[in-house]
Design a binder for this molecule. Sequence first.
Ligand code: T1G
Ligand code: NAD
Length: 706
Amino acid sequence: MDNAHKPSVLKQELRNKVLVLGIDNPPVNALSADLRRELLGVIQEADTNDKIEAVLMVGCGRYFIAGADVREFGKPPLPPFLPDVCTRIEACNKLVVAAIHGAALGGGLEIALAAHYRLIAADAKVGFPEVELGLLPGAGGTQRAPRLIGAKASLDLMLSGRPLDARDAHELGLVDRIVYGEDMLAEGLAYLKELLAAHAPVRRSRDAGGLADHTKSRAAIEAARSETTKVSRGLFSPLKIIEAVQAALELPFNEGLSLERNLFLQCIDSPQRAGLIHAFFAQREVFKAPETRSTKARSINTVGVVGGGTMGAGIAVAMLDAGFPVTMIERDEESLARGRTHVEKVYDSLVAKGRITQEARADVLTRWTGSTSYHALAHADLVVEAVFEEMTVKQAVFAELDRACKPGAILATNTSYLDVSAIAASCSRAPDVLGLHFFSPANIMKLLEIVVPAGVAADVVATAFALAKKLQKVPVRAGVCDGFIGNRIFAVYRAAAEHIMEDGASPYQIDRAARHFGFPMGPFQVADLAGGDIGWAARKRRANTRDPKARYVQIADRICERGWFGQKTGRGFYRYPEGVRTGVQDPEIEAIIDAERLRAGIKPNSFTDQEIVRRLMAAMINEGANVVHQGIALRPLDVDITFLFGYGFPRYRGGPMKYADTVGLSSVLADIREFAQQDTLFWQPSPLLVKLTNNGADFASLNQSA
Ligand code: T1G
Ligand code: NAD
């Protein structure tokens, strides 16, 4: 469609010689090519139009401008480019004022900084979140912001990505006026009238003196560089941001601007940008499930939690934090008191850290009640069961809930592995039963697997997604199978790690390789954190159903037989000297491994870290493909989000399926076929991986909305 017939995304109205520009590009006024083109055209025209004395920019809808249109990145860039639009706005000889409401983020803040004066609504936010997308403020932000607020404040803003509220932005000098009225247009016009009456000059951010104190600025830049080098864990764009701000200090404005452009384009080309932008959109797509499109959620006002152990208490805190009244059910008074203590401990530590007041703690705990009688749940709209991971125990609990809960109450299980359909079938209201699989600690971990058994009602699933939003969780819809999406794939990843260990690599090298890849912990550190006894119990439970031809590494069993369950027992794959969370390597573990290799008749090989990562990722990707192929996950992006928010997968790689697309499915498949020469049973290429590779397609091609 030619531009002439495209709906305009920039409303224009002349009010007493003030040209009002209404930025109207729903849903968040992203700076698309059309908006950039219209904005540039209007500013150029305004500069020479005698009927126009000044320009006021306001946003339509919830935000001023949420930034560049992120969907354009990775595609051939379309002119006009945002830096040029900002430069033209700044160069305008008529006063240009930006009236910020909701949020001015990234390119949106850069547009505002190009304006000559800025006012902000008291509840609005401004910020540079580009670093979260693997980018840097590429439209003059790294050159104008330091001149306005100094090197340190700018670097804090750009390296953290965290938005500022209006008061802090005003104190820093990023904005000139905070307004409290609802009508930003009226506030903007009043402020402009004041400026015009005062003959306020055109004031360009490029001329501001925030970098005058060279010594202080240089010190801030060097401090940021050493801190970032320490903590950025291989991230690309943070160091580019520092380089750009250094240019603002050392170079004339226009030269700094072109260096910023080069650095920005380097970030655009980095695979980290692709991974982080994939994560940004995938994190929003996972909320879109067939049930959320077709049905309305039920209302949830009161919540019950059965079990006050590690998970029950964490789930209760998550619900209390979201404002729900919570009733906890336990087996007996002693267990109930323990459950209460678990909940109190969370808030005690928040008080100790000064994050909440004693009063707030007391207030939130007034919404906690406990009982050993299921009758206390008669009015609950939702009940989450988190008792022992045993089918008979859970079915007994659901039978109790079936008797006690009101019709229409949603009954959820927090099981990690058990068959949710079998639990649902154990009561008379299967359409109201689903899995809500929280991750430990449940009040912290963002991931929530919504496990959907065959017979559940669509509005129950829709309610679970609405609940996730209220709990500020990231939901992923999962089908019923052993371990759903996350634990199922993680079990295969863990098995691959054990094979490499038995074949010759030490668990410490494997963990180091995984950390270098970007995981905060390697598989054996995770085993020690989760507790070896849980995995051991699961392995014993599966012993009768395990394929006798499948490879089974017994090293972990040997360690558990000694009662070494990891951090909880001070020893596992690592030793944990008193009070030390980071484990130390244990030569006795290597001795156990050597003995097991001997028993299994395995002559140890050496592995490079790259080989280890190839095997770990091939296992994860292949099982991820199986999970998508079998419809347990709706799309590959659901697998990605599961691992980003539940298993510490490095966000800049976008998740295992995005990573597979980055390295190329054909090379992943080639790896699997190479590894299958030693073990055809474990390394069976997923039919989906074979099909996509044969069709020259990738996982992204399956990420269309479900
Ligand atoms: N571009 C394109 N689409 C965007 C977008 C953006 N910048 N921001 C949001 N969307 C889509 C989003 O995918 C969703 O789509 C819908 O808008 C509503 O979003 C040169 C390089 C603004 C705080 O990083 O943080 O500027 O799912 O569900 O909860 O220096 O969106 O409905 O199809 O998140 O109310 C920098 C990103 C860009 C801000 C609103 N800006 N956005 O939150 O709604 S890089 C950002 C947000 C840049 C320049 C650089 C949030 C929000 P759909 P939503 P929300
Ligand atoms: P836990 O042993 O810490 O707590 C279980 C609690 O359930 C105990 O307090 C026990 O008294 C109570 N309980 C047992 N039978 C009961 C009954 N009939 N009625 C009321 N209360 C009863 O276990 P947990 O780690 O909190 O695990 C609970 C569930 O969550 C399990 O299904 C587990 O697989 C799952 N899960 C655990 C984790 C984790 O990391 N621990 C993560 C996700 C899911």
